[in-house]
Ligand binder design. Structure first.
Ligand code: ZN
Length: 108
């Protein structure tokens, strides 16, 4: 499949374009709860949830930390469970740039 923004060929199950970094998962329709590789602090669980629920990863981390700290234990346990249960998203393999030079869509 191709990125809607920069037009480069990307992985079919990619949520983010590795070239321009834009989210394309919502366009593709199919979303999986996966630990993020690109945006992780510990294991990418918070980023994975943010990706899945289309939330700001910082909000997820803050909420998760609050839950983790009071009462202590629950959030940390949930994080560890997420770490174990959630599959890691596939690694983005860099694709050789196509011969035709596609101009990136800059938006307005
Ligand atoms: Zn792109």
């Amino acid at each position: 499949m191709y990125c809607n923004y920069c037009g480069k060929a990307i992985q079919d199950d990619a949520n983010l374009c590795p070239y321009c970094g834009r989210r394309i998962g919502a366009v593709a329709g199919r979303r999986k709860l996966m630990r993020s590789r690109v945006d992780r602090k510990i294991a990418g669980v918070c980023a994975g949830f943010a990706e899945y629920f289309d939330l700001d990863v910082t909000v997820v981390r803050v909420v998760w930390l609050i839950v983790a700290l009071c009462p202590p234990g629950g959030g940390i346990l949930a994080y560890i469970i997420g770490w174990i249960v959630m599959p890691e998203e596939p690694e983005y393999v860099p694709v050789a740039p196509p011969a035709t030079n596609v101009q990136p869509y800059q938006g307005s």
